[in-house]
Design a protein around this ligand. Structure first.
Ligand SMILES: C=CC1=C(C)c2cc3[nH]c(cc4nc(cc5[nH]c(cc1n2)c(C)c5CCC(=O)O)C(CCC(=O)O)=C4C)c(C)c3C=C
Ligand SMILES: [Fe+2]
Ligand SMILES: [Fe+2]
Length: 357
């Protein structure tokens, strides 16, 4: 009698025993110190990135070396001095704290490294450390809730530049965005509710990092998915990678979570540079419009950032507050970022362990 050998189910025991996952968490970067030379070095590296200032190389070189390095760096250094804490730039110190907390919750089958896209610790250094760990997989988590070529795209490109010549390439997973993650939303909703319990706000402002319109248009290889108007009101299959549409979606989810009524909130974009059109509405134009309408108190969110930085603490927390008050507003409050909160660490744990969540 002949026996038929039935196909055995795939035995994963060995794989589970040897499996080790590297996690590379990456934020934008910050100067090593608030001194003018360090700020200049940081701005040079950051703004020479062709995904950030996407103009021809020579034009970019002249702009950075003849305008930004001599004139902007000293001004920026003054602002970085205001932001600096005894333990350094908040963007980096929160990064290290999140790295430690995440390592603890993930356990010994994971190795977590922190990197900054610009300056230190570099992506190259962090990946070199991970390479020595004999990993099965590396998960790259850019700390940008919404995808943009200038942020997430640039991190991907740098990771690929570093690993492209490795003989042994482990599996690599790139996290694209996480604006819809329930724990990311809950983190900001809970912070918002804390402020709403302390004060009655007339209006809620959601201010995101701006982007040249051109960078969104360039990303659309299928036709024209963004006209910079109401097309961004709904996120669908075609415009899912549009940064502006993703920001509007983030606001919708936050507004729903906090129960903010229609007409009581505005999505806007900050920190435009240069003369080319950036995505609108601009935060510094929205604020005077709101005060003209009689808004006296506003709660401001910065949900394009997961850690306090120049863009949140100084630009939204101080400069826009000054503008709001100059225009007749009375009470402007910035909601701090997720920083190293437990909910943010839980969100990361979830993103890492449950890719489909
Ligand atoms: C000039 C073009 C810029 C683009 C495009 C841009 C996109 C972009 N940036 C962030 C996140 C951050 N940017 C930060 C600072 C910052 N950004 C720009 C310019 C562009 N950013 C400049 C010149 C600066 C420095 C400000 C100054 O020196 O005056 C920061 C803060 C860093 C810190 O140390 O605190 C973050 C974070 C995203 C997410 C993004 C695309 C969506
Ligand atoms: Fe920026
Ligand atoms: Fe759009």
């Amino acid at each position: 009698m002949s026996t038929t050998t039935l196909a055995q189910p795939f035995d994963t025991t060995t794989l589970n025993e040897v499996r080790k996952t590297g996690v590379l968490i990456v934020n934008l970067g910050t100067p090593d110190s608030p001194s003018v030379p360090d700020v200049r070095k940081y701005l040079r590296q950051f703004l020479m990135d062709e995904r950030v200032i996407d103009i021809p190389y020579l034009n970019r070189w002249f702009l950075i070396n003849l305008v930004i390095a001599p004139f902007r760096a000293p001004k920026s250094a003054k602002v970085y001095k205001q932001l600096w804490r005894p333990d350094g730039s908040p963007l980096k110190t929160y990064g290290y704290s999140v790295k430690d907390k995440l390592q603890k919750v993930l356990g010994e089958n994971y190795v977590v490294e922190l990197a900054m896209r610009y300056q230190n610790p570099s992506i190259e250094k962090a990946l070199t450390a991970l390479r020595k760990e004999c990993l099965t997989e590396i998960i790259v988590v850019p700390f940008f809730p919404q995808y943009a070529s200038a942020s997430t795209g640039s991190v991907y490109k740098e990771v690929m530049r570093v690993v492209k010549d490795w003989e042994v390439l482990p599996e690599i997973r790139f996290v694209n965005r996480f604006l819809e993650h329930p724990k990311f939303i809950k983190g900001f909703v809970d912070l918002g509710k804390k402020y709403m319990a302390q004060h009655d706000y007339d209006h809620f402002v959601f201010s995101y990092h701006g982007l040249p319109e051109r960078q969104i248009t360039k990303g659309d290889v299928t036709g024209h998915f963004c006209q910079f108007g109401s097309c961004c009101d709904k996120l669908d299959h075609r415009n899912q990678h549009c940064y502006r549409a993703q920001c509007f979606e983030t606001t919708r989810l936050l507004v729903k979570g906090m129960g903010i009524p229609e007409g009581k909130y505005t999505t806007c974009f900050q920190s435009r540079l240069g003369k080319n059109p950036w995505i609108k509405p601009y935060t510094d134009e929205v604020i005077p419009e709101l005060t003209k309408k009689g808004v006296k108190s506003a709660l401001a969110f910065s949900p394009a950032f997961v850690a306090d930085c120049l863009e949140t603490t100084i630009e939204v927390g101080e400069e826009y507050k000054e503008l709001f008050e100059k225009e007749g507003g009375q009470h402007w409050q910035l909601v701090e970022s997720l920083n190293d909160s437990d909910i943010w660490v839980e969100c990361l744990e979830d993103i890492i362990k449950n890719p489909a969540a």
